[in-house]
Design a protein around this ligand. Structure first.
Ligand SMILES: *[C@@H]1O[C@H](CO)[C@@H](O)[C@H](O)[C@H]1NC(C)=O
Ligand SMILES: *[C@@H]1O[C@H](CO)[C@@H](O)[C@H](O)[C@H]1NC(C)=O
Ligand SMILES: *[C@@H]1O[C@H](CO)[C@@H](O)[C@H](O)[C@H]1NC(C)=O
Ligand SMILES: *[C@@H]1O[C@H](CO)[C@@H](O)[C@H](O)[C@H]1NC(C)=O
Length: 844
């Protein structure tokens, strides 16, 4: 305990930096991210387990980094399990043990890097824009542009090519920023952080605005995120769009007097721990995080950030910028041509990120830009024969071919930097509000719908329209800050019905009453999220709509031709911004469709609605507890309010029966939110067959092909069989309960008990979620050979007893399929070293 004071001091002194951690070397060491009770010193745990304590995981409170020489086992979790086993066997007593202070532990593994969302644009039609201007430029507009440049003393050589800033060819098709610059609003006092493949701080266009203290290289673990690989150009190009200086190099950024920093994560495989550190790096000094990347846009991936990343984002939104909240801007994704939809990406569909899609110079939808109900806004990028002209890697290099939603995101970042420069006290939600209120719809065919909430036009393809820098900055100047966030969670609605195929849908409703929202202190809706469990033999056949009480329809999920995944939706959280401003009271209906008439069928298991919005009484608001790896507790409660469900025909306006609110248990709101835990793993690039057999989530017949493959798998299957025996009373019941076991498997009971006590003491902190981007990645590959051998020796008893307490055989199911697939793809089972096994290069 004496150590503790010292350690506290140390941790406060170092909290602001990731540089305090020794550089990671994943070749020689294993790293563990551990959530410890604040009353236990990390050194004590390190000593007990023979680990080296590297320092606090500064991204998240009470989380720490330990390392040990590389080993196939998960040393920390094995020790926890061993203590549990001994207690069960009464070999040791129940007295407090240092391991009892572990709330969460995760051995780090390298995962494939994210995809950059730049694209190779269609070649410009023979000319550069400069030539086009010469030929086609509107003379009036060219004169205006020259006048602006001379008034603002802009001498940047490619300024007149930067059509997204001032379009002389198609006047009006730009971000409308120059009058804001004229007012002297140019990004001063705002720092944007480019989370990418590096940033060339030696570029003459960037060096004066470069902010080294906000920068770090999480791939090479050195302070400066200097581009190293031949394709490390993406981050520099994005940085130029935001903050290229007003000078004699290339062009200008939209916020040319802002500061720009870079954290490098896209140039190599990375662990969740390092991504978490990166995504809220220097959260008081970096104000906006620009993220032009994400899970593969291949039309078959469904992937959310891991729990550490989720916690880091929530931390930033709650604590960043002095508590006003860090701003996350994500590129919507380039998979439109693959039928992809940004609601299958847990970063873009997070309520904490502003999702930005692209339009081309003609205000048209470029073939790549994804649509979804979580998309807030669009802005300019490549397409229609043009691209974005910006800074490139090199002392004085420019590019005229930056594109994809990758290029749209940073334009929005530049605009938001101007907004924050004009009005620094805006919270993260104010920025989203201002976007909704000022985005400009434009005359392009789409599903534009006037939203009942705000009377604004929304389209799944273009969000609320295109960003207009002048409009949003002007509105920001007098914007009345919104009250703090509040939320309402419905109970889990148990449907458990087969999904009819074709035009029919299966509809399930929940009725929100005025009283419920009053109790939740919720005045009006901003985001809504729907977490769902659906079993289906071909995920790509499914589509989901949500109809609000005021009649607005969000297309939460759309069918995807290439998505062959057989796992359906597992605790996947969809998000919509289309209900912004609605009151929320009345019947919310989810309509699930199996759009293809074929032999692939499925069942709608359950769903849960969450309304997020502005509080009624600011003084009663509170911060959302950080999400937890083992949330979703009430999922286990078999309550007696099954959803009333009916098959309906499209269109979805058909009335359906709904739950009478008086049938519902009065459920305390804002009190025990659960995690919208998402299936983090994906069926990405590897074949469907591989993911089918490898997926630890496929615990019914599809597992049998893996039978005998490894000891771990065998034990797991034996456990499944044991469960089947125990529960074979009904297959349906089995399905139902087995899923709950799976959900519980992310914890072990021992740890769970501790958590309950500890966290209840903290006032029920075991709650919360990252809406739309929760994660189920908490537990991973663990229990290497040795412990399993130990279990195998006494397997029946132990496995059964573990089955009874809802653990054991299913534990492995939380292992990320990344590993499994990596093994299959590599054709080698690393025999347990998978815990750190990267699947290097698979996405390159
Ligand atoms: C990481 O460890 C490996 C194995 O010990 C070693 O060969 C390598 O040089 C180390 N890398 C760095 C950057 O220290
Ligand atoms: C663009 O900015 C000008 C002021 O420079 C403003 O009058 C105009 O309304 C803006 N455009 C839109 C669509 O708001
Ligand atoms: C920037 O911040 C400083 C210190 O907080 C303040 O004095 C100055 O007015 C700010 N500048 C702008 C342009 O907001
Ligand atoms: C929404 O679109 C309709 C139809 O195009 C148009 O009449 C209306 O003015 C638009 N509303 C807003 C707020 O842009």
């Amino acid at each position: 305990m004496r150590l503790l004071g010292f350690w506290r001091l140390l941790s406060v002194a170092t909290l602001a930096s990731a540089a305090h951690l020794p550089p990671r070397n994943y070749t020689s060491h294993d790293y563990y991210a551990v959530h410890l009770s604040p009353s236990t010193s990390p050194e004590e745990l390190a000593t007990h387990l023979g680990l080296t304590y590297d320092g606090p995981l500064s991204a998240i409170q009470d989380h720490h980094v330990f390392k040990a020489p590389k080993h196939q086992n998960d040393i920390v979790d094995d020790a926890v399990q061993e203590l549990k086993r001994r207690r069960r066997k009464r070999e040791v007593g129940g007295d407090f043990h240092v391991l009892d202070s572990i709330h969460f532990t995760q051995k780090q593994k390298l995962k494939p890097r994210h995809w950059k969302r730049g694209i190779i644009p269609e070649p410009p039609a023979g000319h550069t824009l400069r030539q086009n201007i010469a030929v086609h430029g509107n003379q009036e507009a060219v004169k205006t542009q020259q006048k602006i440049a001379s008034t603002l003393d802009i001498k940047d050589p490619i300024f007149n090519e930067q059509w997204h800033i001032f379009n002389t060819k198609t006047p009006g098709n730009d971000v409308n920023v120059t009058d804001i610059w004229m007012q002297g609003i140019t990004g001063k006092n705002v720092t944007a952080c480019i989370v990418d493949d590096g940033l060339d701080m030696d570029s003459r266009d960037l060096k004066d605005n470069f902010f080294a203290e906000g920068s770090y290289d999480f791939n090479d673990h050195v302070p400066l995120p200097k581009p190293q690989l031949s394709d490390d150009r993406h981050g520099t190009r994005c940085a130029g769009e935001v903050s290229a200086g007003r000078n004699d190099a290339c062009g200008v950024g939209l916020a040319y007097d802002s500061k720009i920093s870079g954290v490098r994560i896209l140039s190599g495989d990375i662990s969740d721990m390092d991504e978490a550190l990166a995504i809220n790096y220097k959260l008081q000094d970096n104000h906006i995080y620009s993220c032009s990347w994400g899970p593969p846009d291949d039309g078959k991936t469904m992937q959310a950030p891991g729990i550490l990343i989720t916690k880091a984002m929530v931390t930033a939104v709650q604590q960043g910028r002095g508590g006003k909240g860090s701003i996350y801007v994500f590129a919507a994704g380039n998979g439109a041509n693959n039928d992809d939809n940004c609601n299958f990406d847990g970063y873009t569909n997070s309520i904490y990120s502003i999702t930005v899609g692209a339009i081309d110079q003609n205000n048209q939808h470029p073939y790549y830009s994804e649509a979804c109900s979580a998309q807030l806004v669009v802005t300019y990028s490549s397409g229609g024969g043009e691209s974005i002209h910006t800074t490139d890697v090199g002392a004085n290099q420019c590019t005229s071919s930056h594109g994809g939603t990758s290029a749209a995101g940073p334009i929005a970042v530049g605009v938001y930097a101007l907004v924050l420069s004009a009005r620094p006290e805006l919270t993260w939600r104010d920025l989203q509000w201002l976007t909704v209120m000022t985005a400009v719809p434009f005359d392009q065919p789409s599903d534009w719908t006037k939203t009942p909430g705000m009377g604004r036009n929304f389209s799944h393809q273009f969000g609320y329209g295109k960003l207009d820098a002048y409009a949003i900055v002007e509105a920001a100047k007098t914007w009345k800050l919104v009250k703090p966030q509040a939320w309402f969670y419905s109970p889990w609605m148990h449907v458990n019905q087969a999904i009819p195929q074709g035009e029919k849908g299966l509809a399930s409703s929940f009725e929100v009453t005025e009283q419920m929202l009053k109790d939740a202190n919720l005045e009006r809706v901003e985001h809504i999220t729907v977490t769902m469990n659906v079993k289906h033999q071909r995920r790509g056949d499914l589509s989901v709509e949500l109809k609000s009480p005021e009649g607005m329809i969000s297309h939460l999920a759309t069918a995807r031709r290439d998505d062959e995944d057989i796992r359906g939706y597992e605790d996947w959280t969809f998000m919509s911004v289309a209900h912004w401003g609605e009151k929320g009271v009345g019947k919310w209906t989810v309509i699930l469709k199996d759009t293809k008439v074929n032999e692939k069928t499925g069942t709608f298991t359950d769903w849960k609605l969450r309304l997020w919005g502005e509080s009624i009484d600011a003084s009663k608001s509170k911060l959302l507890p950080l999400p937890d790896a083992h949330d979703d507790d009430d999922h286990d409660v078999i309550d007696d309010h099954p959803a009333h469900t009916t098959s309906v025909n499209v269109p979805t306006g058909t009335p359906v029966s709904s739950v009478n609110p008086s049938d519902l248990p009065t459920r305390p709101v804002n009190q025990k939110p659960t995690n919208g835990a998402q299936t983090e793993p994906t069926a990405s690039a590897t074949s469907a067959a591989a993911s089918a057999t490898a997926s630890p989530d496929n615990f019914l017949p599809s597992i049998f092909p893996t039978f005998g493959v490894s000891k771990r798998t065998q034990i797991w299957i034996y456990g499944s069989i044991g469960l089947i025996l125990v529960f074979f009373a009904g297959l349906g019941t089995y399905f139902y309960l087995a899923r709950r076991k799976r959900l519980q498997s992310s914890r072990d009971n021992y740890e769970f008990e501790i958590l309950d006590e500890a966290e209840d003491d903290e006032g029920g902190a075991r709650t919360g979620m990252l809406a739309g981007a929760g994660a189920r990645s908490g537990r991973r590959a663990k229990r290497g050979g040795e412990l399993y051998d130990a279990f195998a020796g006494e397997s029946d008893e132990d496995l059964l007893s573990e089955s009874e307490d809802g653990d054991g055989p299913y534990r492995d199911r939380d292992e990320s399929p990344y590993d499994e697939k990596a093994h299959l793809a590599d054709g080698s089972d690393a025999g347990g070293s998978n815990a750190s096994g990267g699947s290097a290069g698979k996405r390159q």
